[in-house]
Design a protein around this ligand. Structure first.
Ligand SMILES: Nc1ncnc2c1ncn2[C@@H]1O[C@H](COP(=O)(O)OP(=O)(O)O)[C@@H](O)[C@H]1O
Ligand SMILES: [Mg+2]
Length: 405
């Protein structure tokens, strides 16, 4: 371990070990020496055998006019605090904060827990938590990925997944095929009519949105009308009218509506958190969510409720194999990923259906999953950046934990 401190006057970091040449960051930049701790604030970093201090973790998010960064601030605080506790420096930044060979980002000062603007060299690792799909479609994002590659900076996760892209990747895998609801891109009125005729009730979802936004189900009624249900309520319509509204949308997929198991007359489904440890995929835990009253999806922000995992346990033999196959398939087909969550439904015949894979899992409300996930997250980063994981506090997370809830 090595102590470093930030000097507000010179706007530089210093270490305080006499007669030692210390480097840090992805480019092995020298870390200057100063005999005394600077007055502003200081952190403890790990030190490897080559006198390299670190790791410096960049938490990548987006910025907005007048706001240096946006996103899930509570998560950023939790991650930053954890890194600082364990040894390391975490800095939140957006693509706008990157210059040729440094980043101006924000870290939490230990004394008053305030965000402070600091300058860091290219970090050892970048954790992508950009909150919106559209921000990853920007030129800035592409330049940032090139910048990371230029310094050989390891990172996950590469980007949000598109539902259609993950469907195609999983559908290539014979083991996973059995868990995939039939999925089609919506391209014509006739095709929509045929799909509805075949399944009677279907789910339509935008490929690149999350948290239930833009999702609706359609169902034929006896009188030839269609019931249209979203998280905002139910409406009755006709196919022609519906088509006139959605015909321009190029981003919709459709699936048969899976009749999920119910708890007190409310459908429920599962969120399974899967994380990579070294080269293997592990199930960290799972939670059960049931729909809110008269709601379609189970997202907690849309009224979904948590159920204890004991309510309806999953067959972990299947879930472990499923998780590992998904992890391997996605790793091969997309950029680097270190974690994902599976949205899984179980129907009344106990068949498992994969609804979606998320590359940026929402924080789990279950405390034990939250705790395990942050430990594993950092353990994997330490492994990827070559900093010893041995002095991570807490129980060794090298085995698979199956309990959720
Ligand atoms: N084919 C389906 N049948 C029944 N319910 C579904 C289906 N697909 C999704 N859902 C429900 O809608 C929720 C949101 O769908 P999902 O594909 O996870 O999109 P997102 O979370 O990105 O909005 C799921 O968690 C599940 O509750
Ligand atoms: Mg989902």
């Amino acid at each position: 371990m090595i102590r470093i401190s930030w000097d507000i006057d010179s706007k530089r970091w210093y270490h305080h070990e006499q007669n030692v040449m210390v480097v840090w960051g992805a480019a092995d930049d020298p870390l200057p020496f100063s005999p005394s701790l600077k007055k502003d604030f200081s952190f403890t970093l790990k030190k490897n055998d080559f006198n390299k201090a670190g790791p410096i973790i960049g938490i990548l998010t987006s910025s907005k006019k007048n706001l240096p960064f946006i996103g899930n601030i509570d998560t950023f605080i939790r991650l930053t605090r954890y890194v600082h506790e364990q040894g390391g420096l975490a800095v939140v930044f957006s693509a706008m904060d990157v210059s040729l060979s440094s980043i101006h980002g924000y870290t939490l000062s230990p004394g008053d827990s305030k965000w402070r603007r600091v300058k860091i060299p290219p970090p050892d690792f970048v954790y992508n938590r950009i909150p919106y799909h559209k921000d990853e479609a920007s030129q800035e994002f592409q330049s940032l990925i090139a910048w990371l590659d230029n310094f050989s900076i390891r990172y996950f996760n590469h980007c949000f997944f598109s539902k259609w892209q993950t469907y195609l990747i999983m559908n290539d895998n014979p083991y996973l095929q059995r868990f995939l609801p039939e999925t089609m891109r919506l391209s014509s009125k006739q095709q929509l009519r045929d799909f509805l005729n075949e399944h009677n009730q279907i789910m339509i979802k935008p490929c690149a949105k999350s948290k239930g936004k833009g999702i609706f189900s359609l169902e034929w009624k006896q009188d030839g009308t269609i019931s249209y249900k979203s998280n905002n309520g139910i409406a009755y319509t006709h196919l022609d009218h519906l088509w006139s509204i959605i015909h321009n949308r190029k981003d919709l997929i459709m699936q048969p509506f899976v009749k999920r198991k119910q708890y007190h007359a409310r459908p429920f489904d599962y969120r399974i958190l899967v994380q990579k440890l070294e080269e293997d995929w592990h199930v960290t835990g799972y939670g059960i969510r049931c729909t809110g009253r008269s709601r379609l999806t189970t997202h907690v922000p849309s009224g979904g409720k948590l159920l204890p995992a004991e309510t309806a346990p999953l067959d972990m033999k299947i879930i472990r194999r499923m998780s590992s196959e998904i992890g391997k398939a996605l790793d091969r087909a997309t950029g680097p990923i270190g974690e994902f969550s599976i949205d899984l439904g179980v129907d009344s015949e106990n068949r498992y259906w994969i609804f979606e894979i998320n590359s940026k899992p929402m924080v789990f409300d279950e405390n034990d999953i939250q705790k395990k996930s942050i430990e594993r997250w950092y353990q994997q980063i330490l492994w990827m950046t070559g900093f010893a994981a041995s002095d991570i506090k807490g129980p060794s997370p090298t085995h698979t934990i199956v309990k959720g809830g």
